[in-house]
Design a protein around this ligand. Structure first.
Ligand code: OGA
Ligand code: MN
Length: 206
């Protein structure tokens, strides 16, 4: 993995970074086969949107189904993906002093017609999320099929096609983004690099 444009510089200057074919074909093929098998076994659940989310409200905001990766029981393909996440974590800590402690990830499926309305990824209940990552898994994605990730950057809207092996990173706290509905199942891995929870403030009376 040799990024075209330095990752840390892009994140620091523009708040996002992306690269096509970031992950190797054999790895994304394995991950795709894995997500398809899990999807066919029905092992996904509707993603939440927070405490105030009724089923109706949720489907208007986000229509994806997810399956979290279990850190203690990763498959071989997930381990291999995780090694690259660890490498990125190391790089971001070294270059940007982010103090990232761990990463988390889930598979996501957006069935045809489902979307995720404009949002940021750092919710009130997850202040530790620093950098979001998305890796796409569908081979042979055609632009006509929709499913773009739209980033609302300072320079304007950036659209990313969900093509197999493409990796996108962006700031979880401020980068607004949305997922456009597609005409076929859209498979991805969404992940977050998290910093350590802040230690409670201790007031020392002299
Ligand atoms: C998310 C998200 C973007 C994508 O899961 O929070 O915004 O392109 N995903 O799947
Ligand atoms: Mn998001």
């Amino acid at each position: 993995m040799a990024p075209d444009y330095p990752i840390a510089e892009a994140l620091a200057e523009q708040g996002w970074w992306m690269q096509k074919a970031f992950f190797s074909k054999p790895l994304t093929r394995h991950l795709y086969q894995e997500v398809l098998a899990l999807w066919e076994s029905g092992d996904f659940r509707q993603a939440k949107i927070g405490p105030a989310g009724s089923a109706l409200r949720r489907s208007k905001i986000r229509g994806d189904l997810i399956r979290w990766w279990a850190p203690e029981a990763l498959s071989a393909a997930q381990e291999s993906y995780g090694q690259q996440m660890e490498h990125l974590k190391f790089l971001l800590n070294r270059e940007l002093f982010l103090n990232l402690a761990h990463w988390e990830a889930h598979y996501a499926v957006y069935p045809p017609g489902s979307h995720y309305a404009r949002h940021v990824d750092r919710f009130q209940d997850s202040p530790e999320r620093m950098i979001s990552s998305v890796c796409y898994l569908n081979p042979d994605w055609d632009e006509q099929e929709g499913g773009q990730l739209r980033l609302f950057t300072e320079e304007g809207v950036v659209e990313v096609l969900p093509e197999c092996g493409t990796m996108v990173l962006f700031r979880s706290d401020i980068m607004e983004h949305e997922v456009v509905a597609a005409t076929r199942n859209r498979f991805s891995i969404a992940g977050w690099f998290r910093r350590r929870p802040e230690a409670p403030v201790r007031v020392i009376h002299a």
